[in-house]
Write a protein that binds this ligand. Structure first.
Ligand code: ADP
Ligand code: MG
Length: 699
């Protein structure tokens, strides 16, 4: 195999290449833009564009694209070749600074929620120079220079997922710096939110996939009786990876490494045919771009191996679904992790202040975080099986919880690691590293030097949840900075902040089993929100509290929030509508005909046996049971058809989304019960689609 260090980043126009290929001055100015957001001139862009083009063409590129992330949660690209008319009917290869900086895709068909009337048509893409351009290749031999961009309207409103994310990174950096300054730090000039998203997914043999309309149109099975074996033996988790899958993973790693995605970890997950990959963490923006590439590559590479990758949150009922564990922290430009407990009381005070900010933020805005993880797939996952429940709480670990509660009581706190002495001002103890045990049931767990937000949906962009996380923490840091800046004794004030945080927001800390019924009751007593559906959750991103918060930090305006709310509700309704239509088609055209055929055969057998003078008791009973279930299925099908038609006719998007949630979705789930019951008694040779056993275990 080729040297990984050479493969890695070979298709990226990264810092090293820029240093090599750009004039020194241009390179320096560009770095300033990347690091401090200094404005970018067309002259500079011209030089960069030319170098980019030469590099890309040398590597076989013929086209370039502005790559952006509309509100569909996917990525979008429109390819333009480099050709321009040359002398005497020839062509030359061109790429100007203007073409690099700005694009005008005629992208009028993307959801804009009223921010951009269709007749205005154009949205604009703007080069995001903080995320490196790279080459995308495909099996057809196309090489495309891919330029990460933000996508906005003519009036500058965000039409994508990247713009608010970039804005939220600014906000959290600015407020974190204020806190650091107030605590005496003079060296740090930027703070970046860092993210390492672990991606879970399923693989299925393409032959089975192609036979399941539900997987094709919805990404999940709408029907299917459970297999006799599930995940109960826990023999799949971290198990030896099968050769076929291993070949796929190897190919995936290489594909990702070329594009500079630092694929690091791969393993079997808990459910049969479920897997996980994790990259090395990076700044949020790059992590979000890279996660999109991970999702895209998973699907692309799987096909090469006769497999299909399912990114849906709950492809199969009754076994684990998939999520994204969003590991999040704050890093300074001089190399410190602000959520690293540290060894000296000074670092410690800083750590506890930042920890307090996160605790306060999560408790104040749990509803928004929940909304950030909401999508139709996650409605099936949150609260079921392995998934964290819909209640947001923080796992802090016993030792840190002890320290925090002791400090809150105004007493001297000691950490357990004996060799750390408690000598800080106001009794802040030195904290040992790795002081948290693991709690796999918590939706928001402190894992030693970062928080792991585990609710995030496996198929969704991570931009949404991280935009929310960055902004709510920015607000908490803003409030803390204001207090510290005014304080006469900063250490005393810091201690007071920590104390008050624990008193006011300690209710959000929970170290127990999040999957237990008792926790649901306890959380209710503590006044923590338990938001069970996407439709409800989305509302919390468009209410007064959300508007106040996101507009204050210039992350999302009232109009942008409203438009997003509308778009996401619309998407939810459409999604459930597609599921309903798929279920209706499968029942009408696959299941019912198969059952009728088999019943006819049975009836014939009964007749023949009677004629031969025997009593066909078993055959008759089976026929009766099948007819009964078929009758029930038919009734339920009619109900689903009526409810779907009714929902489709509702004009108001909010009422419509509710109808899909409360009437269409349950009707479909009910229909499933009868079909699954039929599956369990009909011979496999006449069943028209692959079963759970086949899809999950024949890989
Ligand atoms: P586990 O499954 O045990 O939670 P993994 O190794 O699968 O752990 O994933 C942990 C993820 O957290 C990796 O992507 C890793 O790069 C990331 N991570 C580690 N440190 C930080 C940090 N300071 N900020 C953000 N992410 C981090
Ligand atoms: Mg993991």
């Amino acid at each position: 195999m080729a040297d990984i260090t050479e493969v890695f980043g070979s298709n990226v126009f990264n810092d090293r290449i820029m240093k090599e290929r750009l004039p020194k001055e241009t390179y320096k100015t560009l770095r300033k833009t990347v690091e401090n957001g200094a404005p970018l001139t067309v002259e500079l862009a011209n030089v960069v564009a030319n170098a980019m083009k030469d590099w890309a063409i040398e590597k076989g590129a013929t086209h370039y694209t502005h790559w952006f992330q509309p509100l569909t949660g996917k990525t979008a690209e429109k390819h333009d070749s480099f050709i321009a008319p040359g002398p005497d009917g020839s062509v030359v290869m061109e790429f100007s600074g203007k073409q690099l900086i700005q694009g005008e895709p005629d992208a009028s068909s993307f959801p804009s929620g009223g921010l951009r009337a269709t007749f205005e048509a154009r949205g604009y893409t703007a080069w995001d120079c903080t995320s490196s351009a790279f080459l995308k290749t495909d099996d057809a031999g196309n090489v495309t220079l891919t330029i990460p961009t933000a996508f906005c309207s003519y009036t500058g409103e965000a039409l994508d997922k990247k713009t608010p994310l970039l804005r939220s990174m600014e906000a959290v950096s600015k407020q974190a710096i204020r806190v650091l300054r107030a605590l005496g730090n003079k060296t740090t000039s930027r703070v970046a939110a860092t993210v390492g998203p672990e991606q879970e997914y399923f693989l299925i043999d393409k032959e089975y996939f192609d036979k399941r309309l539900d997987l094709i149109t919805c990404g999940r099975t709408l029907f299917g009786a459970p297999a006799p074996k599930g995940q109960e033996l826990e023999d799949q988790y971290f198990g030896a990876i099968k050769d076929r899958v291993s070949k796929f993973m190897k190919d995936l790693d290489t594909e990702l490494w070329k594009m500079g995605v630092s694929a690091k970890t791969k393993h079997n997950e808990v459910a049969p045919a479920q897997f996980e990959m994790a990259p090395i963490f990076s700044t949020t923006n790059i992590a979000a771009d890279h996660n999109q590439l991970v999702m895209e590559s998973l699907q692309k590479v799987a096909l090469r191996h006769g497999l299909v990758c399912l990114l849906h949150e709950k492809p199969y009922a009754g076994i684990n679904g998939s999520g994204k564990h969003n590991n999040w922290s704050l890093a300074t430009d001089d190399g410190a992790n602000l959520l690293e407990p540290g060894h000296t009381p000074h670092e410690n005070e800083q750590f506890l202040v930042f920890l307090s900010a996160v605790i306060g933020a999560v408790d104040r805005h749990a509803d928004k975080l929940r909304a950030g993880a909401a999508n139709p797939g996650n409605d099936l996952r949150l609260g079921a099986n392995e998934a964290p429940p819909a209640i947001i709480s923080i796992f802090m670990g016993e030792e840190l919880t002890d320290i925090l509660t002791t400090l809150a009581a105004g007493k001297k706190a000691h950490s357990k690691g004996q060799h750390y002495l408690s000598i800080g001002v106001d009794s802040l103890p030195a904290l040992p590293k790795d002081n948290t045990d693991r709690n796999r049931t918590s939706p928001f767990a402190f894992t030693g030097n970062k928080f792991e937000f585990r609710m995030v949906a496996s198929s969704a962009s991570i931009s949404g949840p991280n935009t929310i996380l960055n902004t709510i923490v920015a607000e908490a840091l803003d409030q803390i900075a204001t207090r510290l800046e005014k304080a006469k004794d900063v250490n005393k004030e810091a201690a007071a902040i920590i104390r008050e945080t624990v008193k006011e927001h300690g209710r959000v800390i929970f170290n127990g089993n999040n999957y237990s019924e008792d926790w649901v009751k306890e959380a209710k007593k503590r006044g923590l929100p338990n938001i069970s559906s996407t439709v409800e959750a989305l509302g919390y991103m468009a209410n007064e509290s959300a508007i106040k918060l996101f507009s204050k930090y210039k992350v999302l305006s009232k109009e942008e929030l409203h438009s997003r709310h509308e778009i996401y509700l619309e998407q939810y309704a459409k999604h459930i509508n597609i599921e309903a239509q798929t279920a209706i088609e499968m029942v009408n055209r696959l299941y019912i005909p198969a059952v009728i055929c088999y019943s006819a055969e049975l009836a014939e057998t009964v007749g023949k046996l009677k004629a031969a003078g025997t009593t066909p008791t078993v055959q008759k009973e089976l026929l009766e049971r099948i007819s009964e279930l078929l009758g029930a299925a038919n009734k339920k099908l009619a109900k689903l058809e009526t409810e779907t038609l009714k929902a489709q006719g509702i004009a108001d998007v909010h009422v419509r989304a509710e109808a899909y949630r409360d009437r269409v979705f349950p009707a479909q789930a009910d229909l499933r019960k009868s079909i699954d019951a039929l599956e369990q008694i009909i011979p496999s040779c006449v069943w028209p689609v692959p079963t759970y056993s086949e899809m999950l275990f024949k890989l």
